[in-house]
Design a protein around this ligand. Structure first.
Ligand SMILES: [Ca+2]
Length: 391
């Protein structure tokens, strides 16, 4: 491990209210901070990364400290953007000297409503709150003095239950936005619930892409087929061992993945499944284990990892909150064959759930860094880890 000191420079910005056009909102009133210097070794110790087990040749380190780090996306100029769920900010970090440790950190916006999702397109950062999509233009040239945001869309439901959103642009240049079920299990009349929607980048043309999805907090498109894959969190209160959380494959618009009628492809819901048939819905491509809480996922397209990981799916599992024996708290890999079937599903990074069920971290999202390292966000510790490979 390199012993270069880390310079975490937190840039101070103070911005003032400005009112321009009807869809331009107040600038963030962001203020101040600190400059701290922490060595990679002491960060490794602070986050107890000695507990983490990885396949041979891989190692883990701390890339950045970011409070309540949730979903991540890269800008075009090497900026990593990070959303919040339990806090109200959107952050950006940069590793300007390419040593695998972020050395600049910025607050892009604050006082937002669970800004969990971030996506980047043509120089603009898109942020998903509970009921709105916001856009920050030319953002990488304005990190120290972020612009006011433009409201792209503000008609999503305002219910908080499963209301925080992962977002991403698809190969069709549409912004994909999930709308979770506002409950543990329910059959809402408004068909926008329990769906993944998509819209044009300007907020027009909203349509439902897929239905029957309880709460997806992560999706990505296969680099060759351009088909969508997504994670979905199974319902609670059917016991410790059912239903499984799901990895799903949605190659076309209009598919229904079962919720709330059928869970994990083969379990009818005791209440909402009456008179239904699981064969009428699309079963998961992979059952991921009960209550594991799969969130972010990405296809590996970097150059750093061994060939066996190329175009395979890394999946962050946040971990169970109500299972007798906790499960999850790890990064998994699902491997696909050339026909797109999952042929292997197993652990990649483990150890955040330790002896006596001691939890030292909760993976939320994964992202491939420009150098091919795998970043893992952890909202519980406020950190982003970097998993790298050396032969
Ligand atoms: Ca650096």
């Amino acid at each position: 491990m390199k012993l270069k000191p880390t310079l975490i420079l937190v840039v101070s910005i103070t911005l003032f209210f400005s009112c321009t056009s009807p869809d331009k909102k107040a600038r963030p009133e962001t203020s101040t901070t600190t400059i701290s210097k922490t060595s990679p070794d002491s960060l490794f110790t602070k986050y107890q990364l000695d507990r983490i087990t990885l396949p041979a040749g891989f190692k883990i380190s701390v890339f950045a400290e970011v409070p309540n780090a949730r979903s991540m996306c890269w800008g075009a100029k090497g900026t990593l953007f990070i959303g919040n769920r339990d806090e109200d900010k959107v952050y950006a970090v940069k590793d300007t000297d390419n040593d695998g440790v972020a050395d600049e950190r910025y607050i892009i916006s604050e006082k937002l409503n669970k800004p969990n999702g971030v996506a980047f397109r043509n120089g603009s950062l898109y942020v998903a709150e509970i009921n709105r999509i916001l856009r920050f233009d030319n953002i990488e040239n304005k990190l120290e003095s972020p612009p006011a945001y433009t409201v792209v869309y503000d008609k999503f439901p305002d219910k908080e239950h499963h209301g925080w959103k992962f977002i991403a642009f698809g190969p069709d240049d549409k912004l994909y936005v999930p709308v979770g079920a506002p409950c543990n299990v329910c059959d809402e009349k408004d068909s926008i619930y329990a769906s993944i929607t998509r819209m044009n980048p300007d907020g027009t043309g909203l349509e439902i892409f897929a239905k029957g999805i309880r709460n997806s907090v992560g999706f990505a498109w296969h680099p060759d087929t351009k088909e969508m894959w997504f994670t979905d969190n199974g319902r609670d209160n059917l016991g410790d061992d059912i239903p499984n959380c799901e990895l799903n494959h949605a190659p076309r618009k209009g598919m229904h993945f079962g919720f709330p009628y059928c869970h994990e492809g083969d379990i009818l819901d005791p209440e909402f499944g009456k008179g239904k048939n699981c064969a009428d819905y699309t079963a998961p491509a992979q059952k991921m284990g009960p209550h594991v809480a799969p969130l972010g996922m990405r296809f590996y397209t970097g150059k750093m990892f061994p060939a066996e990981y190329q175009k395979q799916i890394f999946i962050a599992q946040h971990g169970s909150w109500n299972r007798t024996q906790p499960i999850g708290y790890r990064v998994m890999v699902a491997k696909l064959d050339s026909a797109g079937k999952v042929i292997n599903y197993g652990p990649f990074a483990m150890g955040w759930l330790g002896e006596n069920n001691k939890v030292t971290g909760r993976p939320v999202d994964v992202e491939i860094a420009p150098d091919g390292a795998l970043l893992v966000s952890d909202d519980s510790r406020g950190a982003i880890y970097r998993i790298s490979y050396n032969k």
